[in-house]
Write a protein that binds this ligand. Structure first.
Ligand code: FAD
Ligand code: SIN
Length: 536
């Protein structure tokens, strides 16, 4: 059981975590920046981003006002306009920064101008991309840049378990307690099974999303909402958890696959059209923007058509597109389809909605500050006010970079005034033994995903939400009993965290008695006249 000290403790090595780490390490060469990541450094949601990063780049055709208006429109009344302006206006500087660190975005043939793509809800072409592997390219760049700083240490296969606050020093901490402070975290070193105490002057949560709470998701298996669950347990405020984005087009695989493979929205931006198995278009029945309407509308339309027809998927037609251009822009998607026996140039691509992005998370202000002192959050685990009730495509990589920078700015002068906490006890594992039946954990995870997929999915209702809460409560009780008596394992912690996330989504959905953005309920199909963010 080691005790480790780091000036900056960063939880997560995706775009948010590494962007912050690089900036902090550069500005403070004598201070230690410690990054924990629960598997390999390169495994993250970031790595799988396909479409790209949205930024106003071509000032002849695009303006900040247009990007702001598109973001507000997608967010269905719940975006914080000030935050939208910050992200849109500061975003291009952050994109330039990652280009300076070595990120390659595609350029137009024979030109020095970037090849800007379009996605749903965007009124202009403004998506910078690297083929259909933008996330991989950004993750690669950040890892290489981080390697240049000797004061960044990255601990792989380290699983953060809980944030350390006054609660661990023996004080009573309840949700409304003022002045809760974060002193670091307890983390499981997966290589030796020991739980280390990691003390920090400041902690930055960059733990990403929680797609694994649903049966079908584009998110990799690491996306279990650990950071949000940890912050909630530490009594931080979390917000807007009912707004879960389902991507309309994951590749339908009858054999099932975890994660589901994404067919980027950029494919529709490139001209692909949504169709039925009978080769008929249907999006005109739902929205004037057809296949490029915002994601909530397209996902609901596909879901409705599938239910109406009793089918397992709908289709994407790319057959009219230029093969050379298509395969140059989407080589990974093309190859993946072929591997499943679908030739996008000759066949319709079977697609189905899958959980893709969590708009809610740890509630933070314009500098990424959570309601707990010395605890910040950036990226998908945070709720900044940018996305409101529905995220505009390709705005999240941008948000993560902008907020990582703002947290860096806010911590720059404060770090000297923050000290390490004393008398923090080691993790107490008294009375716990190795699990005798792993099946109790794996089966509970399966049950949880079923509950969320059937009762808290794209279309909700009071009775479904109540059923979900009742069943979640049972799972919660069983899992807490297991937690009190069983040696900590990543699987047990992920189950616990996923139950917390499921509860937060379902509870927030129950509170929202209207349909707005990504939250659609048959009991309240209209919108309330007053507009409120949810906070738990
Ligand atoms: P992540 O990149 O997910 O990183 C999270 C990190 O936290 C990981 O390193 C993980 O190991 C670590 N971690 C988690 N829990 C723990 C723990 N308990 N202990 C230690 N470490 C932990 N967005 C766009 O803007 N454009 C796109 O084109 C786009 N395409 C996408 C395509 C796919 C298939 C997916 C899944 C997402 C896409 N998104 C896209 C969304 C975007 O990729 C993510 O929102 C963004 O990358 C999140 O970055 P992050 O740094 O917050 O988290
Ligand atoms: C996609 O490429 O369709 C994903 C874009 C995003 O999630 O922002």
């Amino acid at each position: 059981m080691a005790r480790i000290q780091a000036d900056f403790l960063v939880l997560g090595s995706g775009i948010a975590g590494l962007t912050f780490a690089i900036k902090a390490a550069k500005a403070h060469p004598n201070r230690k920046v410690l990054v924990l990541t629960k598997t390999d450094e390169g495994e993250s949601n970031t790595r799988y981003a396909q479409g790209g990063v949205a930024a106003v780049w071509n000032h002849e055709t695009d303006t900040y006002e247009k990007h702001i208006a598109d973001t507000l429109d997608a967010g269905d009344g719940l975006c914080d306009r000030r935050i939208v302006e910050i992200v849109v206006e500061e975003g291009p500087q952050r994109v330039q920064e990652i280009i300076d660190w070595g990120a390659r975005f595609d350029k137009e043939k024979g030109s020095d101008s970037y090849d800007l793509a379009r996605e749903g809800g965007h009124s202009e072409k403004r998506i910078l991309h690297y083929k259909d592997l933008t996330g991989w390219e950004m993750q690669r760049t950040l890892m290489e840049e981080a390697d240049r700083y000797p004061n960044i240490e990255i601990l792989e296969h380290y699983f953060a378990l809980d944030l350390i606050t006054q609660h661990h020093l023996g004080y009573m901490v309840i949700r409304v307690t003022p002045g809760i402070e974060c002193y670091g975290c307890y983390a499981l070193n997966k290589q030796n099974g020991e739980i280390d105490t990691i003390l920090s002057r400041v902690t930055i949560l960059c733990t990403g999303g929680a797609g694994q709470v649903y049966k079908s998701t584009t998110n990799p298996v690491i996306a279990t909402g650990d950071g949000i669950a940890m912050a909630y347990r530490a009594k931080s405020r979390v917000g807007n958890m009912e707004f879960v984005q389902f991507h309309p087009t994951s590749l339908y695989n009858p054999a099932g696959e975890n994660p589901s493979f994404l067919v980027s929205e950029a494919v529709r931006g490139f001209g692909a059209i949504l169709k039925t198995a009978e080769d008929e278009e249907f999006m005109h029945l739902y929205d004037d923007r057809l296949s490029l309407a915002p994601r909530d509308i397209v996902a609901r339309a596909i879901d409705a058509e599938m239910k109406k027809r009793g089918t397992d998927c709908m289709y994407l037609d790319c057959r009219h597109l230029d093969k050379e251009a298509f395969t140059a822009h989407f080589p990974t998607i093309y190859e993946k389809c072929l591997s499943q026996g679908v030739d996008p140039m000759r066949d319709l691509i079977p697609v189905v909605p899958a959980c893709h992005y969590l708009c809610g998370g740890v509630a933070v202000d314009e500098y990424g500050r959570s309601s707990i002192h010395r605890l910040y959050a950036a990226g998908e685990c945070s709720s900044t006010g940018l996305h409101g009730a529905n995220r505009l495509a390709s705005n999240s990589l941008l948000e993560a970079m902008v907020f990582a920078h703002r947290i860096f700015q806010d911590t720059e002068d404060k770090i000297d005034g923050w000290t390490f906490a004393e008398n923090v006890p080691d993790w107490n594992a008294e009375g716990t033994t190795e699990p005798s039946e792993m099946v109790l954990i794996t089966q509970s995870i399966k049950e949880l995903k079923e509950i969320m997929s059937y009762y808290v999915g794209i279309v909700r209702s009071n009775i479904r939400l109540k059923r979900a809460l009742d069943r979640l409560f049972l799972l919660y009780q069983e899992t807490e009993d297991l937690y009190k008596t069983t040696t900590i394992s990543p699987q047990l912690m992920e189950l616990r965290n996923l139950i917390t996330i499921a509860y937060l989504i379902t509870r927030s959905a129950t509170h929202r008695q209207e349909s707005r953005g990504l939250h659609y309920t048959t009991d309240y199909p209209g919108q309330l006249p007053f507009i409120e963010n949810s906070v738990l």
